[in-house]
Design a protein around this ligand. Structure first.
Ligand SMILES: C[S@@+](CC[C@H](N)C(=O)[O-])C[C@H]1O[C@@H](n2cnc3c(N)ncnc32)[C@H](O)[C@@H]1O
Length: 352
């Protein structure tokens, strides 16, 4: 059950707040539950405008470099290939986001691109395009969460910081979820994921300006679900702030935080208390992700280790269940062979 992000009152079925009068619109089928939804939508239209402008600028810079200096055939091929691929990637995003947002606006004023925009396209590639397999990244994430969930059905699920949504989708299909709410603050990820989960197969070009090979310098992937589409009756999307989840207390049987608790909240103890309140009695918090804190955001005292997180969870009224920690590959691209390895902590904590 959703609550108003401005005044916390319960929203009606049309996402209207009787208390403060705000109505929360949707972007495709993703509900925008942010305090100033109209200005937020306009800001996202300007961000899309900025992404398109930057794509065109980068393409033009590359073409100027081709004509400015005498270059070998391989260099020309690399630069021309990159110019084409960068524009193609921007057009792919605009083809899905543009209609959902009702178009783009000129990027005037204070418009920035969060890490969200195109930097995160590798999340979409990994989740819905790169080849998987028994040890694939998506498969390993699902398997780890499954192990700590110990076979109990997930029921009503909220996934906070769902990103490109593959783990949310896999848990929904495989682990007894009755309905899933996928929440993220980034429309560039969530609206692309929404299109895929609803059954579309958008193209999304992958490229790296730091290309290790001229051929191929890019790959045009098709994003698609492995197990078919899910409708709004069972799988919903929310553009909202995961540090202030806009839902009524006790709304969920399971809250999942994938790769979220270290990167996003500035007050982890506060967030753990909020997760506890979102859960129905006996409900569970399932976490999966590393503990790599952004150094510019938090003092070292708040770079909590596993033991400290378990302590915070116990203090908030959770009982720690199964847990595991493993070193796992992360976002290793088949195009570039690049990626990273992270120590990933997966645990279940039950609301007592
Ligand atoms: C490290 S990524 C993880 C994405 C996804 N869970 C995964 O495992 O691939 C962190 C995610 O948190 C989202 N995010 C950042 N700030 C947020 C906020 N305040 N509320 C909700 N989501 C947020 C980002 O857009 C991004 O999708």
């Amino acid at each position: 059950m959703a609550s108003c992000p401005r005044c916390r009152a319960r929203l009606d079925a049309a996402f209207r707040c009787d208390t403060c009068g705000e109505h929360y619109p949707s972007l495709a089928s993703a509900r925008v539950l942010l305090p100033e939804p109209s200005s937020q939508l306009e800001y996202w239209q300007r961000q899309l405008g900025l992404i398109i402008r930057r794509g065109i600028d980068t393409k033009n810079t590359l073409l100027e470099q081709v004509s400015a200096a005498p270059l070998g055939v391989a260099s020309q091929t690399r630069l021309l290939g990159l110019a084409r691929a960068i524009l193609e990637q921007v057009e792919d995003v605009a083809a899905v986001l543009g209609p959902a947002l009702g178009g783009q606006l000129p990027p005037e004023g204070e418009v920035f691109l969060p890490r969200g925009a195109l930097d995160y396209s590798s999340y979409l590639h990994r989740d819905w395009a790169w080849p998987g397999g028994p040890d694939g990244e998506n498969e390993s994430a699902l398997a780890a969460v499954r192990r700590v969930a110990e076979g109990r059905a997930l029921g009503r699920v909220l996934v906070i910081g769902a990103g490109a949504c593959r783990l949310a989708y896999d848990l929904h299909c495989e682990c007894g979820a009755t309905e899933t709410s996928a929440l993220d603050i980034d429309p560039f990820l969530l609206v692309m994921a929404e299109a895929v989960i609803r059954g579309a197969s958008p193209a999304l070009t992958e490229t790296s300006v730091n290309a290790p090979e001229v051929d191929p310098v890019s790959h045009r992937w098709t994003l698609a679900t492995p197990r078919g589409a899910l409708g709004e009756d069972r799988f919903r999307f929310f553009l909202a702030d995961g540090t202030e989840p806009p839902f009524v207390d006790g709304s969920f049987d399971t809250v999942v935080t994938p790769w979220f608790i270290d990167q996003v909240p500035t007050d982890l103890p506060g967030l753990v208390g909020k997760l506890q309140r979102l859960l129905a009695p006996g409900g569970r918090w399932l976490n999966h992700g590393p503990l790599i804190y952004p150094p510019d955001k938090l003092p070292i005292a708040a770079w909590y280790s596993r033991e400290e997180i378990f302590e915070l969870a116990r203090d908030a009224g959770f009982t720690i269940g199964a847990w595991e920690s493993a070193s796992l590959p992360c976002l290793v691209s088949p195009l570039t062979g690049r990626g990273k390895i992270e120590t990933v902590l997966t645990f279940a904590a039950a609301r007592t």
